[in-house]
Design a protein around this ligand. Sequence first.
Ligand SMILES: Nc1ncnc2c1ncn2[C@@H]1O[C@H](COP(=O)(O)OP(=O)(O)OP(=O)(O)O)[C@@H](O)[C@H]1O
Ligand SMILES: [Mg+2]
Length: 584
Amino acid sequence: MTQQHAEISAIQLYKRLLRYAKPYWRVFLAVILAMVVYSATEAGVAMIMKPLMDDGFVGRDTDVITMLPLAIIGLFLIRGLADFFTTYGLGWIARNVIKTLREQMFNKLLVLPSAFYDHSTSGQLMSKLLYDVEQVASAATDAALTMIRDSLTILGLLAWMLYLSGFLSLLILFTVPFIALLVYYISVRFRRISKNIQNSMGNVSHVSGEIIDGHREVKTFGGQAYETKRFDKVNQGNRQQQMKKIATDAVAQPLTALIAAVGMALVIYIATLPQMLDKITVGDFISFVTAMMMLLTPMKRLTKVNAKLQAGIAAAESIFNLLDEKPEVDEGKLTIERAKGHIEYRHLSFSYNADKAKVLDDISFIAAPGQTIAFVGHSGSGKTTLVSLLARFYNVDQGQIFIDGIDINQLQLSALRRQMSLVNQQVVLFNDTVANNIRYGLSDDVSEDAIIEAAKAAHAWDFIQRLPDGLHTQVGENGVLLSGGQRQRLAIARALLRDAPILILDEATSALDTEAERHIQAALETLMQQRTTLVIAHRLSTIENADRIVVMHNGEILESGTHAELLAKGSHYAELHRLQFQEA
Ligand SMILES: Nc1ncnc2c1ncn2[C@@H]1O[C@H](COP(=O)(O)OP(=O)(O)OP(=O)(O)O)[C@@H](O)[C@H]1O
Ligand SMILES: [Mg+2]
């Protein structure tokens, strides 16, 4: 039952893969032609045996004796050309298909929702993009090559054998069902193992990716022994799965050969019986046995290609699973050029998982255009979640968010996100120059003056000037060549240059010293005047001037008001403030 199901989906996978090859059908046709020619030359070798024996050795025909060596050279010349076209053409098609698949996977990764990334590891995804795709390529080429060319060769040889002696050929055909049965059972096993191998490759790349990214943590916390053990486990798992595949392969081949050999033994036994010897010539017999011997190689390859093919199917499944992931919901029709920046949260509740507790509970507030709303509260109280919902990184399940009076679900995602600049708690920089990081996402014709302007406002210009290549210095992967505070200032400059009506600052100045923070604060304040700002800060000194401060706890709003109002009230905010003041 389940096997039957697997077969059906395998056929669907083939069909889907074939669709990728469809644009190249002309080349494929030419390749098939080349394969037909190749197979014909194979049968030709067996055919030559008959005149060689009957006319050459037995008949002593001089014409045949001079012609045959030339015929052999000609035959192999044609065969060589056909071989070249087959290999080259198939490779060309496969590489094109791979390129398209990678392109589609990459484009998919660009539109997948945050929730998808929360539940996948980058190692696993990379492994799909690198390893699984290659598996499909080599499976598709090898499979097409072997299945079409070797099948044709087998057909050609069998046809020749039938022509020579129908009776003897039937004996060979007798072994076919046994081989087919064997191939079927092994296929199912191969596919299962291949899936495991792909997962284990994902694990290998996941674990090694983590220690590459976290090499400092591994060193300082002395995690080497732990990581070695962890890696050993996935590495060992990969070896075990690979060995299972090798073992299956190792059993399958000799077994197929044995079945074929039994058929051959039968043929030789019967052909040499006195009654048969009268019916066929020496040439017939030698030619028949040659053809029979020549059958073995393509048959062996046919059983061997199965392993590759099953790996390819499993890989294609893994790739299509990614391609079939649902992209971010983007059903909004409305678009706005530049919002005024009026924001309203209305009775908003949210949880990351339907079955988990609420992370936000009945949040309501309004920010008028140009206002600054600050969010404070304990770690984990839901501040980052609250602001990330404005950009629709997750879908809101209860309540609504409005920008300029429009429910954000009715806006196109691109139009919505164009309205906001974001400086995140975790700064992300790209492995590119300082200038390209600042103008990230904007068109190339942003002038260098504008970039410098933004860098100055973010108090980044001083240190940028001192970098070896100034604005054109490479920052390294995620900005490793910069300090934490420098990275943060680049992120701020990026947000400033974007000049969006809504600014979201999530701990945007947390990595700066008090001195730098005061400078940037001044710059940010001029900037905040013209736009609506949602700011999250742990250091309360940075948000005293906010139009409203919202105090959060466990996903709920405890109180809100201006700094002075909340202090006068003497409740939660006043308590937080007192604690920080004491520390200072
Ligand atoms: N991607 C996620 N998937 C599931 N749960 C999450 C996710 N991100 C955050 N959470 C949970 O949601 C809650 C609120 O997290 P959030 O990041 O909004 O807090 P925060 O107020 O920004 O904290 P901090 O001040 O430490 O930045 C936490 O309990 C956290 O465990
Ligand atoms: Mg946070």
